[in-house]
Ligand binder design. Structure first.
Ligand SMILES: NCc1[nH]cc(CCC(=O)O)c1CC(=O)O
Ligand SMILES: [Mg+2]
Length: 331
């Protein structure tokens, strides 16, 4: 017979703050946070994003300031997303290959500002550069072509690597791209380039504010369901992860975050590799909306949700609340 009430009272260890601290199983630290930033042209520019209250697009000088802020807060890595001017967007997204594009200039700016003191994670996908807002090349019917897109993604990855990126993060969900990108990076001598694969990325309704932020939302016709995963599927996420690992990914991402914590946990248990989650724009917006109408306390909601990712087994989390959370954790 196992002990039962009253011999067993789980409330005993919860009775005091010191005891709760002593029994805590998971800890969130600033080192768990990856901070996504939106980059825009110009100088001295800060453009607030309406659907993402509290988040702005920054020109390069602002990106430099955020990089210094990240270092001082103990945040190890930034994730960059460019808002490409409409005039530089095209059907084939060729601006992704321009060595002087906004992304490459932002990478160099961060490098010049903080040296190797901060990791720079760069998104590989064509949606910030295409005139149609899809992540890849499309045929006459608007279907996103797999193999032709992968070829462009290889060029985009090499372009970001040459500019000084530390982690290449393909978010496009084309089949086979990790292997081809890995081979190209090795061939170009980028032996230490990390690849964090957006391996289990779902066709989610939580990406809306992000699409506003990079300026692709208004352009996008239709949806991304022919390449991003069906939110109803779990087994398939494990197959996606297995393939990306076999092809050479160093770590994998599950995205979105909170609604997919079960996937993060299953991936961690099955593969025992570094798993990251992306608490995406719509999740951030949901918390901010709750705070705005008085439905919750921001600090508590932020720390609780981010700690949940640690409990699920994640090594870290991409979150627009990164700086705020780090400030709370450092206080
Ligand atoms: N390749 C696009 C990309 N990379 C990151 C996000 C979403 C991130 C967020 O919502 O915060 C998206 C949006 C999409 O797939 O449409
Ligand atoms: Mg895949």
């Amino acid at each position: 017979m196992t002990a039962n009430y009253p011999a067993l009272r789980l409330r005993r260890t919860r009775a005091t703050a010191w005891s709760r601290a002593m029994h805590r199983e998971n800890f969130l630290s600033p080192a768990d946070l990856i901070w996504p930033l939106f980059v825009t042209d110009g100088s001295g520019v800060e453009e607030p994003i309406g659907s993402l209250p509290g988040v702005s697009r920054w020109s390069l000088d602002g990106i430099a300031a955020r990089a210094k802020e990240a270092v001082s807060l103990g945040i190890p890595c930034l994730a960059l997303f460019p808002n490409t001017q409409p005039g530089r967007r095209s059907e084939d997204g060729r601006e992704a290959l321009n060595p002087d594009n906004l992304m490459c200039r932002a990478i160099k700016t961060i490098r010049d500002t903080v040296g190797d003191g901060l990791g720079v994670l760069t998104d590989v996908a064509l949606d910030p550069y295409t005139s149609h807002g899809q992540d890849g090349l499309i045929d006459a019917k608007g279907y996103v072509l797999n193999d032709a897109t992968v070829e462009v993604l290889v060029g985009q990855s090499l372009n970001q690597a040459a500019a000084g990126a530390d982690i290449i993060a393909p978010s496009d969900m084309m089949d086979g791209r990790i292997g081809v990108i890995r081979a190209a990076l090795e061939e170009a001598g980028h032996h230490n380039m990390q690849i964090m694969a957006y391996a289990a990325k779902y066709a989610s309704a939580f990406y809306g504010p992000f699409r506003d932020a990079v300026g692709s939302g208004g352009l996008l016709k239709g949806n991304k369901m022919t390449y991003q995963m069906d939110p109803a599927n779990g087994e398939e996420a494990l197959r996606e992860v297995a393939l990306d690992l076999a092809e050479g990914a160093d770590s994998v991402m599950v995205k979105p975050g909170l609604p997919y914590l079960d996937i993060a946990r299953r991936v961690k248990e099955r593969f025992e590799v570094p798993v990251f989650a992306y608490q995406v724009s719509g999740e951030y917006a949901m918390i901010e909306a709750a705070v705005t109408v008085g439905s919750g306390d921001r600090d508590a909601l932020v720390l609780e949700t981010l700690t949940a990712f640690k409990r699920a087994g994640c090594s870290g989390v991409l979150t627009y609340h990164a700086a705020h959370a780090a400030r709370l954790l450092n206080a």
